[in-house]
Design a protein around this ligand. Structure first.
Ligand SMILES: [Cu+2]
Length: 141
């Protein structure tokens, strides 16, 4: 029982190290929660150091009920958000998730996000790889 748990832990750590060599994540942050809002957004910079295209298809966090990859698009003269089924990062490419662009959308926050807190996410890629990342909650400017 205990042995199994330890092997599982090592597998998890190894998987993350193995993946970290291929995908670089920098500057993970979230917006502090606007009073009354149940939703949030997370941003980071993702770099593909792999020789093949990497596709980010989703994420999970204990901090929210649902996480989706979103983009902003102009439609009928209005800026709107919509889900991106897969965020494609070409080999050697870097994509910045930022306000007004791509972001992780958090629906159904368990509690308001307060400046200085940290939030963990598991990123899910289309090949079944996962990656743990941690972000800081920052003030809205
Ligand atoms: Cu959104």
């Amino acid at each position: 029982m205990r042995f199994t748990w330890i092997v599982g832990l090592f597998t998890l750590i190894f998987a993350n190290f193995a993946h970290a060599a291929d995908v670089g994540i920098d500057n993970v942050w979230l917006r502090e929660t606007i009073p009354g809002s149940q939703n949030g957004a997370a941003y980071f910079t993702i770099t593909n150091q792999h020789t093949e295209t990497v596709r980010l298809v989703g994420a999970t966090t204990a901090a929210a009920r649902v996480v989706e990859v979103h983009e902003h698009v102009m439609r009928d003269g209005m800026m709107r958000m919509q889900q991106v089924p897969a965020l494609e990062i070409a080999p050697a490419a870097t994509i910045q998730l930022k306000p007004g662009g791509y972001h992780l959308m958090l629906f159904g926050l368990k509690k308001p996000l307060v400046v200085g807190e940290q939030v963990d996410f598991t990123l899910n890629f289309d090949n079944g790889d996962t990656m743990l990342i941690r972000g800081d909650v920052r003030a809205i400017k």
